[in-house]
Design a protein around this ligand. Structure first.
Ligand code: TEU
Length: 606
């Protein structure tokens, strides 16, 4: 079913405030991490031709668009989020012709493709950066170059401009002997931050974006786009430069302070996003822009996604995926459901008039939500809780994002040894926290990695139960770049595609609902029983059409809390169960007893 044939939300129904309603307001986007999706040339890495061979599977699932994580030319220091040529495809994924072919074949299926735009930083191997190392070149001011701290010998420990630490370990400042100065890298030292204060930088980015849109891509997911405006003072100084107190006082347990407060949602962000909108998207139709919104509050999300302000269509927010981390990624704790409910409700509340929400629990940076918040103790509970989490997310107002493998209930990797990991964030964090700062011991850090390493969501897609799960051929020389999860025999697409009670079929049902039911896509959200620690309940409504969503998000039976029980007092009509992860009569028997079994979930028309 193509977007053209699919019914869009009628214009008399309010979505984000735009008229007509955007195509994506009742669409579902599928994120592909190309390196792990499908290998077609038996080198152990996924590629573009592999993706093309799986379009029929995605069409069966019913998704409307693909978010393609980076496939541009890259040294692969951060798996492609370090781009050395924005206008070429990295040979490991294929060629520009392969990209053109993928675009035309996806469009033939009615599936749009949005590319991953990584422009807060480039690779240090990008021609722009290499030219910038000459302080007399026209590119000299394209990055954040700063001299050594006053009174310090350049290149010696402690001579960095301030105490900021890189997200992937070490100082956020790397000394370049050729230029004799340091450059800022919020992430790895091979990812120098671009200087967006420089209009030449901005226009080079816009030119590249137009080049891709003219080539047929349907929009962009914008990597850490809310970091592009840095907080500098009138002299252009970054906070803490010259070793200013602000940086030294705030050094955390690993010996560094964070650069993030000085770039998240910076002073010129709205200006840059509005300029990008004018220079790139004015006059274009049918596209989608979704920004990664670190540091963006639900209220700022409403402002940025309000079509009135002509910035972005939507953003990925982070409050909800941080509720169990207390700001410390490696010390993730047991989920307290009321905290998740509160974070989601705040995001929904903020967009009840204008603006829009993205809906996600999974992506290539997050551990698998099923392992993190579901129940994988038995196959039955794994399937049931996978469906419950999917229903919980997809019944909110906004555009859902399905991350590859989520639709078949894939789980965390189950790695036990450091050498099994590939993600530079995980490996560097291990060494910095265990060997250098000594703030965590090895065993505890291995437990942290098993729970929250990004590699947990990057193991190869599990297509079937063959040696490498159908991700690559049986030929032993093609060991996948990251080990296949051992549970591929029991969790794979082949086993589920045509089974009506599978996780795959449940996702398909949820996607069909969003396409066909305007209350699911655009109905107003109202939270219920927000303090209950087991039941996640809310209503969605347009006029007198009301849906009640109830999920027992726990591994034990739970009583219906007051508000939810009241709305279900007379619920005995199976024909009004819109969707459930159990037999509809059975789940109504649970409702009649006012007690939902572990992970039971339903949507009831009230
Ligand atoms: O992610 C930025 C980001 O917020 C995460 O990397 C986060 O900082 C990290 O996972 C904390 O655990 C984007 C991309 O999604 C990510 O894959 C890249 O590594 C990063 O930017 C740099 O481009």
């Amino acid at each position: 079913m193509t977007t053209k044939q699919r019914q869009l939300i009628p214009d008399d129904v309010h979505t984000n405030g735009a008229t007509p309603n955007p195509w994506w307001s009742n669409a579902v986007v599928y994120q592909i991490y190309p390196r792990s999706f499908q290998d077609s040339d038996n080198d152990g890495f996924g590629d573009l031709k592999g993706i093309a061979s799986r379009l029929e599977y995605l069409a069966q699932l019913g998704i409307d668009a693909i978010w393609l994580s980076p496939v541009y030319r890259s040294p692969q220091d951060d798996n492609g989020y370090d781009i050395s040529d924005y206008r070429d495809i990295d040979p490991m994924f294929g060629t520009l012709d392969d990209m053109d072919m993928l675009l035309s074949e996806a469009h033939a299926f009615g599936i749009k493709i949005i590319m991953d735009l990584v422009v807060n930083h480039t690779s240090d191997e990008h021609a722009w950066f290499q030219a910038s190392r000459d302080r007399n070149s026209e590119y000299a001011d394209w990055y954040w170059w700063r001299p050594a701290r006053k009174g310090c010998e350049p290149g010696t420990p402690g001579a960095e401009p301030n105490r900021w630490g890189g997200t992937f370990g070490g100082s956020a400042w790397q000394y370049d002997p050729q230029r004799g100065e340091y450059y800022l890298h919020t992430f790895s030292k091979k990812q120098p931050d671009l200087n967006w204060e420089n209009p030449s930088v901005r226009h080079a980015v816009y030119d590249m974006m137009n080049w891709w849109l003219d080539r047929g891509v349907d929009g962009f997911r914008m990597d850490v786009i809310t970091l592009i405006s840095k907080r500098i003072d009138e002299q252009g100084k970054l906070p803490g430069e010259d070793g200013g107190a602000i940086a030294d006082e705030e050094a955390g347990e690993e010996g560094y302070s964070s650069p993030w407060p000085f770039s998240m949602d910076g002073p010129r962000l709205d200006e840059y996003l509005q300029e990008m909108r004018r220079e790139v998207f004015a006059g274009r139709k049918g596209y989608l822009t979704v920004g990664e919104g670190q540091g963006i509050s639900p209220q700022r999300n409403e402002y940025i996604t309000d079509p009135e302000h002509e910035e972005l269509d939507m953003l990925f927010l982070f409050d909800h995926v941080g509720v169990d981390q207390n700001g410390a990624k490696w010390n993730t704790e047991q989920l307290e459901l009321p905290k998740l409910k509160a974070a989601m409700a705040e995001q929904q509340e903020a967009v009840k008039h204008n603006g829009w929400a993205s809906l996600y629990f999974n992506n290539h940076d997050q551990p698998r939500a099923l392992s993190r918040w579901g129940d994988t103790s038995t196959p039955e509970m794994r399937v049931k809780s996978a469906k419950a989490l999917a229903l919980m997310l997809h019944m909110h107002k906004g555009t859902p994002y399905v991350y590859q493998g989520e639709e078949i209930g894939m789980t965390n990797a189950g790695f036990t040894k450091l050498e099994q990991y590939r993600d530079l964030e995980s490996i560097n964090a291990y060494h910095q926290r265990v060997d250098e700062a000594r703030v965590q011991d090895g065993a505890s850090m291995m437990d942290s990695l098993a729970r929250v390493s990004r590699d947990n969501s990057r193991t190869p897609m599990q297509w079937d139960d063959s040696t490498y799960a159908g991700f690559t051929s049986e030929n032993s020389s093609n060991t996948p770049w990251l080990a296949v999860n051992k549970n591929k025999d029991t969790i794979n697409a082949a086993d589920q595609r045509d089974r009506p009670d599978s996780v795959f079929s449940f996702y398909k049902e949820l996607i069909d609902l969003r396409h066909g039911n305007v209350v699911v896509a655009a109905g107003d959200f109202a939270a219920l029983d927000v303090q209950d620690e087991h039941i996640y309940a809310f209503t969605r409504s347009i006029g007198d059409q009301r849906l009640l969503v109830v999920v027992n998000a726990s591994s034990q039976a739970a009583s219906l809390p007051e508000q939810t029980a009241a709305l279900l007092a007379d619920a005995d009509d199976a024909s009004r169960v819109l969707i459930a992860n159990e037999d509809h009569q059975n789940i109504l028997r649970q409702v009649a007893r006012r007690k939902l079994e572990a992970w039971s979930a339903l949507v009831y028309e009230i």
